[in-house]
Design a binder for this molecule. Sequence first.
Ligand SMILES: [Zn+2]
Length: 114
Amino acid sequence: MIVRRDSGGGLWLWCPGCEEAHRVSVDGHAAWEWDHDEERPTISPSLLVRGTQSAEGEDFHKPHHPDVAAGGPIVCHSFVRAGRWEFLADSTHLLAGQTVDVVPLPDWLARPTA
Ligand SMILES: [Zn+2]
C-alpha cells in the first residue's frame, strides 16, 4: 500500500527523505489535487513540510536531517509525480535534490485501526 486515505480527507504517504509519514489534505478547502492513482500517485502542487529540529536524544529529533542543529528549521519540499518523489534542493534531509520511487507504507500505518 503506497497511499492510505483517512476519514478526514487526508492521504498518507511514507516519506523516504524524512523517514516518517506525511499527510496531505485531498478533500475540502485548500486541498491538494491527487489523481486517485493508489500505486503511482501524482499530487499537486508541491508538498512543503516544515518543522523544528530538536536535540539528539530528545523527542522529535529527526536523524534524517543531520545537518540541522537543534532549534533549526527542518524543510521537506517535494513533488510527487507518477509514483516518484522529487525532493527539491531546499529540503534539509539526505535525499535533497534526488528523485526516488514512492515507498510502501509501513504495516502499522497501512493496517486500518480497529
Ligand atoms: Zn519528508
